[in-house]
Design a protein around this ligand. Sequence first.
Ligand code: S3P
Length: 204
Amino acid sequence: MDKLDNIILIGFMGSGKTSFGKWIAKNHGRNFYDTDELIESSQLRSISDIFAENGEEYFRELETDTVRRMLDDKVSGGVISVGGGLPLRAENRRLLKRLGTVVYLKADVAELVKRLEKDNTRPLLAGGSLEEKINRLISERSEFYEEAADLEVDTSAGADTVAEVSGASASDSKAAAAEMKERSFRSMYEKIMSETGREPKRRF
Ligand code: S3P
């Protein structure tokens, strides 16, 4: 099956699809797309409002329409961050495989809780215990993410550099955090390139 030339990032809310996608776009000359943003701008309202006013099923239809439209438009040379629930539909998984190389960003629950605890933009996480919700949703979704993916990347890749970087820059934790993120993203990108055979494996 012919794929278009896109890198598609799937995974749970908070797994880093948007920030890693923007990093790839900036550093590797790709156009950045985000299905949530495309939906919000075509609907002129937020995801939370769409869920509240029309319900989740309606939002899922909009997701399928968005991916179909990108295929019809033969979008190429992009990096596409995809809403966390989009790969749950079998039809969407098939469409994504044609749209590009599908990369599943995996993150552990403790890390997701940390990243999502102050978020109030994701209706599926509102109210109740965040950790329980994340655990439940991930156990329901993992098989679909795995089925949709051409390859999986652990978002803690490059974490071996954490101690080194934070030790070296204890006086400037912001710079250390940025450096850690940069190293981690480089290592994740290198893995994608080497597994897809697009570029020779390089050391950064
Ligand atoms: C959702 C994930 C969100 C957004 C919506 C539903 C989900 O996107 O599409 O709130 O079902 O996991 P992100 O994964 O970009 O947060």
